[in-house]
Design a protein around this ligand. Structure first.
Ligand code: KIV
Length: 273
């Protein structure tokens, strides 16, 4: 049975996310990369769909998010937007598309918005990318910031360990969050940081803060769809709650299909013309 959890069927906007934070209503966000999954996720009532560059890992099979291209993100973004009626759709700007110069960043951002018809874009980084953020915002494109563990910078850190555990890094994260808010970002993602720091950040900035591995005292949560559905194997960080075991379900279905084909049990008389 499919269930639409959304109490308000109207299209989610950045303005509505702000109202949700103000009245203490939690924001649900999840990733999607294709039409079919996005239509299921949207119908289930999620508030924000992130076309994450995690597509590089879970769809394209890369070790990191770095290889995915602008064209590939546009392809995923376009496929998702076509399926969605209610959720706000945010597309990740891929590595290399906004770091070279603010002019190039705004050109790529405009291209992404024009072709995908998404509602907003997400960029990783704080003060280092603030000029690009400001120029994209000046073009009228809403931006969601992303701080803490920033997978596009994995080669700088070398590990996916919890970020901002010491005071200096925590203060830097807070000042980055304030800078992104002041520039005009409509929301922030905080990935894999101590829960106390995430709470402090969400109390400091007025815009919604969405956490992944950042504890419960923030304004919403995001998970990667393939992880929370139990499709991916061998990835079990503490913050991940698996809501299904699709890996086993799919394996079982495909195994039974293979068996039926081998035994000439499929198709039967009613399954042919
Ligand atoms: O790409 C992605 O899926 C993300 C989430 C982990 C927030 O950025």
């Amino acid at each position: 049975m499919s269930v639409n959890q959304a109490e308000d069927p109207r299209k989610v906007t950045t303005h509505r996310l702000q109202q949700m934070k103000e009245r203490g209503e939690k924001i649900s966000m999840i990733t999607s990369y294709d039409y079919t999954m996005a239509s299921i996720v949207d119908e289930a009532g999620v508030d924000v769909i992130l076309v994450g560059d995690s597509a590089s890992n879970v769809v394209a099979g890369n070790m990191t998010t770095l290889p995915i291209s602008l064209e590939q993100m546009i392809y995923h973004g376009k496929s998702v937007v076509k399926a969605v009626n209610r959720a706000l759709v945010v597309v990740d700007m891929p590595f290399g598309s906004y770091q070279i110069s603010p002019t190039e960043a705004v050109r790529n951002a405009i291209q992404m918005m024009k072709v995908t018809h998404a509602d907003a874009l997400k960029l990783e980084g704080g003060v280092e990318i603030i000029d690009a953020v400001k120029q994209i915002l000046a073009a009228g494109i809403p931006i969601m910031g992303h701080l803490g563990l920033m997978p596009q910078s994995i080669n700088k850190y070398g590990t996916y360990n919890v970020r901002a555990k010491n005071d200096a890094e925590a203060e830097k994260l807070l000042s980055d969050a304030l800078a992104l808010e002041e520039a005009g970002c409509f929301a922030l993602v905080l990935e894999k940081i101590p829960a106390a720091l995430a709470k402090r950040t969400s109390e400091t900035v007025k815009i919604p803060v969405i956490g992944i591995g950042a504890g419960g005292a923030v304004d919403g949560q995001v998970l990667v769809l393939h992880d929370m559905l139990g499709m991916t194997k061998g990835f079990s960080p503490r913050f991940l709650r698996r809501y299904a075991d699709l890996n086993s379900i799919i394996n079982d279905a495909v195994s039974r299909y293979v068996k039926d084909v081998k035994n000439s049990d499929f198709p039967n008389e009613t399954e042919q013309y």
